[in-house]
Design a protein around this ligand. Structure first.
Ligand code: 6PG
Length: 482
């Protein structure tokens, strides 16, 4: 048996796991134990990265023995059954006080369940969201750990050593207990979905409205990336649009099948938000847009459906591109605002003390949704921790003031041209719903009371009421709500 020489272990040597292990090994003071279900993979990684000084094990017992106490191991395997299997293995060889970290994209309710089960054995369990893809795992991800304060004491310094750093601050914080970390990572992914869909809509509108080539639009995105919209997703969009397919010489984006896949975190975000009663319409439209794209039979059948007459060509291309930029900015603010609403609701529902400003801070670097304006979100929550909707913070009111007219023009143009812009338009509808002095929800309440005696409240009196709708004359009853 190898002697206990590693201070941290990683299980799962697929690319995310091996990159995270290499990241850990590159930091001063870390010796990293590694283990994979198939020993072949472990041997391959050890041979490929000899400088990492990995302590490789071929059995879970050896792996546990190679770790100093309290033992800390990060699981980087597929979410779901594979994760459960590794947790079971680890709980058999670990001791009370040791720490198991799940660094995969687990569903937060699974993490709550696992945390409770593992805690019962005296072992700590931490669900940690890790964002930044393969490169982030290697060079510095954004990390969203949940779990106990006790586990964070040991784990904090290790995670801080490998996280991305922005303005001297590592992009990791103890998000909250049990599933809080994975919950916040799930919302991160939901925002990621919305942001990607919004960018895709912006590209589509510009391409179809101005006739610009993908390469020309790449330049526009590169330019946008020097301003308010500066973000990782805008940056990589320029790269993707620039890419030429070596086989055909065509822009790669024209060769890629237009059916977007997903691994499920966006769906989870929307399902969770529905349960919490939080309108995350931008995120939901992004998820639905991927679903629609992946229905080739329906899309083919729908070719018989009429669209608007004539071609869509904007009169002033530069002005239109600027309008699209502003519409993207406004819609993006809404996506974040809705995401933070979901975080607030989740924290309340599950009893987590989540610091919204800290979340925005750790999303500034390493993660997929890193963006310049996250600093503004941190500032907004620092100024007013009780902010009821992010979009109502003074900075974002100014953003909306300078973007909303252009946003409307873009949504109108898209509707008239028959170009789908579900995320742009649903975000605008949400925005207008939020600021409406009076909503037609009053009529919905009337309808509910009519057919189901569901009752309603009045604007001018306290209490609960029901109208006797039958006959010519309506009669109103006060209903005892107890
Ligand atoms: C990240 C990403 C990462 C991954 C997701 C989304 O934060 O690094 O969100 O977790 O890309 O699985 O993938 P899908 O688009 O396939 O759902």
């Amino acid at each position: 048996m190898s002697e206990a020489q590693a201070n941290i272990g990683v299980i799962g040597m697929a690319v995310m796991g091996s990159n995270l292990a290499r990241n850990l090994a590159s930091r001063e003071g870390n010796t990293v134990a590694i283990f994979n279900r198939s020993a072949e993979k472990t041997r391959a990684v050890t041979a490929e990265f000899p400088d990492a000084g990995f302590v490789a094990s071929e059995t879970i017992e050896e792996f546990a023995a190679s770790l100093q106490k309290p033992r800390t191991a990060i699981i980087m395997v597929q979410a779901g059954r594979a994760t459960d299997a590794v947790i079971t293995q680890l709980t058999e060889v670990f001791e009370p006080g040791d720490i198991i970290v799940d660094g995969g994209n687990a569903l937060f309710t699974d993490t709550i369940r696992r945390e409770a089960a593992v805690r019962a054995t005296g072992i700590n369990f931490v669900g940690a969201g890790i964002s930044g893809g393969e490169e982030g795992a290697l060079l510095g991800p954004s990390i969203m750990p949940g779990g106990s304060a006790e586990a964070w004491e040991t784990l904090g310094p290790i995670l801080k050593s490998i996280a991305a750093v922005v303005d001297g601050e590592p992009c990791v914080t103890h998000v909250g207990t049990d599933g809080a970390g994975h919950f916040v990572k799930m919302i991160h992914n939901g925002i990621e979905y919305a942001d990607m869909q919004l960018i895709a809509e912006a590209y589509d509108l510009i391409r179809r409205g101005t006739g610009k080539t993908p390469a020309e639009i790449a330049d526009i995105f590169a330019e946008w990336n020097t301003g308010d919209l500066e973000s990782y997703l805008i940056e990589i969009t320029a790269e993707v649009l620039k890419q030429i397919d070596p086989q055909t010489g065509a822009p790669l984006v024209d060769v890629i099948l237009d059916q977007a896949g997903s691994k499920g975190t966006g769906v989870w975000t929307v399902q969770t938000a529905l349960d919490l009663g939080i309108p995350v319409s931008g995120i939901a439209e992004a998820v639905f847009a991927r679903s629609l794209s992946s229905k080739p039979a329906q899309r083919a059948a729908a070719s018989v459906l009429p669209g608007p007459d004539g071609d869509f060509v904007v009169a002033d291309a530069d002005a239109f591109v600027e309008d699209v930029r502003l519409a993207l900015y406004a819609s993006k603010v809404i996506a974040y605002s809705q995401g933070f609403d979901a975080i607030v609701a989740g924290a309340e529902q599950y009893g987590w003390d989540i610091k919204k400003g800290e979340i925005a801070k750790i999303w500034r670097g390493g993660c997929i949704i890193r963006a310049r304006f996250l600093n503004r979100i941190t500032e907004a929550y620092a100024e007013n921790p009780a902010l009821v909707a992010l979009v109502t913070a003074p900075f974002f009111v100014d953003v909306m003031t300078s973007t909303q007219a252009a946003w409307r023009r873009v949504v109108v143009a898209a509707a008239e041209a028959g170009i789908p812009s579900p995320a742009f338009s649903s975000s605008l509808a949400y925005y207008d719903g939020l600021r409406a002095e009076r909503l037609p929800a009053a009529l919905v309440q009337g309808q509910r009371d009519f057919f189901g005696a569901h009752t309603y409240k009045r604007v001018d009196q306290d209490g609960t009421f029901h109208t006797l709708w039958s006959g010519d004359r309506s009669e109103i009853q006060a209903v005892d709500s107890h």
